[in-house]
Ligand binder design. Structure first.
Ligand SMILES: NC(=O)c1ccc[n+]([C@@H]2O[C@H](COP(=O)([O-])OP(=O)(O)OC[C@H]3O[C@@H](n4cnc5c(N)ncnc54)[C@H](O)[C@@H]3O)[C@@H](O)[C@H]2O)c1
Length: 321
């Protein structure tokens, strides 16, 4: 009977368990979801897949979600949606941002659900992912993206700042992975894309503490690739340079990069980076990073895991390896 519900997936006893008790209601939900996604983009490369994006209310996460929605995926946007989160020095997303993000995804014809939760909580992510599977029938792609930034020299970073950086950027990615793997196994495999940073490739005097968390992300992603390769779960990293999002376009970051300028703008900073960059550009737009994320969701990367893809206006050409 389960196979009648979802005939495009192989029979799998663990998946039956996930759909579990109350099969009548679950069956109705899955049938409804399949009918809805058939209106979405049935010919897209990700038709019938479900993608879960942490930090999906804006920025790189939302742009990645939009690309996947255009390819036919069902989208789950998970975000803390809490603007003030001390000691973070800039505003995170609001509930209105999360609602607006959902509207943007739905305007593309995709199914979209949102969940207001914290990546520092394993339970939040387990509940959100179970709700996604109950509604859409599977979980296939996860983008571990929610992160917070910090500017300042090593001797000035506070204990609370160290805690939130590591608990979000490193602990959060662990918990996203822990919550996702059982569902990806049930789907017969899947993709996890970890958003790291160009600051994971070198030391940095301004963003060194943040950068250190992103070095940890690269190492964690390679460990996850080893752990889950035989399950068909491919784990890869996208490492962006400066991207025009509120994470970077805020006073704390801009004045840390250009300390001698009065009220520097994002474009001032971009121009300064461009003057020395390999490609002569000083930032990317979120859509540029989303295209790299898309690569790791698709057929072209089906035999790749443990990779790190830099999208950093050519800074990779200066890396040691
Ligand atoms: N913008 C850049 O220049 C840049 C460069 C390299 C890497 N990155 C990385 O890309 C990722 C996305 O960054 P962005 O630029 O889109 O940032 P952003 O601040 O625009 O978006 C991040 C989203 O994550 C959410 N979030 C933060 N903490 C959370 C938590 N504990 N639980 C759930 N959601 C949470 C925020 O509300 C926000 O919606 C981050 O991991 C960041 O480190 C950004």
């Amino acid at each position: 009977m389960t196979d009648d519900i979802d005939t495009d997936r192989p029979a799998d006893p663990t998946r039956r368990m996930a759909l579990g008790g109350g099969l009548g209601a679950a069956a109705a939900a899955v049938i409804g979801a399949r009918a809805a996604r058939a209106q979405n983009n049935p010919s897209g490369d990700l038709a019938g897949k479900t993608a879960f994006i942490t930090g999906g209310a804006r920025g790189i996460g939302l742009a990645s979600a939009e690309e996947m929605a255009k390819a036919g995926a069902n989208i789950v946007l998970f975000d803390i949606a809490t603007p003030s989160l001390p000691p973070v020095a800039y505003a995170l997303s609001s509930p209105a941002d999360l609602a607006a993000a959902q509207a943007r995804i739905e305007a593309l014809g995709a199914q979209c659900m949102t969940y207001q939760g914290d990546v520092r909580s394993l339970e939040d992510q387990q509940v959100a992912m179970q709700q996604a599977v109950d509604r859409f029938g599977s979980l296939d792609i996860v983008v571990a993206n929610a992160g917070v930034g910090h500017a300042g020299p090593i001797e000035s970073v506070t204990a609370d700042e160290i805690s939130i950086l590591y608990e979000t950027n490193v602990g959060g990615y662990y918990k996203t992975t822990q919550a996702a793997v059982p569902h990806l196994r049930n789907a017969g495999g899947g993709r996890i894309i970890y958003i790291s940073s160009g600051l994971s490739r070198t030391g940095n005097g301004i963003f060194g503490s943040y950068g250190a968390t992103k070095w940890a992300v690269n190492g964690f992603a390679k460990t996850a690739a080893l752990a889950y390769g035989r399950d068909g779960i491919l784990c890869n990293v996208v490492a962006p340079g400066l991207v025009r999002t509120p994470f970077a376009d805020n006073a704390a970051v801009l004045s840390a990069i250009l300390p001698d300028a009065a009220n520097p703008t994002f474009d001032d900073v971009s121009a300064a980076i461009a003057s020395g960059s390999t490609l002569g550009i000083g930032h990317h737009e979120p859509e540029d990073i989303a295209k790299a994320v898309m690569f790791f969701t698709g057929e072209a990367s089906r035999q790749m895991t443990g990779e790190i893809m830099d999208v950093s206006y050519g800074d990779a050409a200066r890396s040691v390896a």
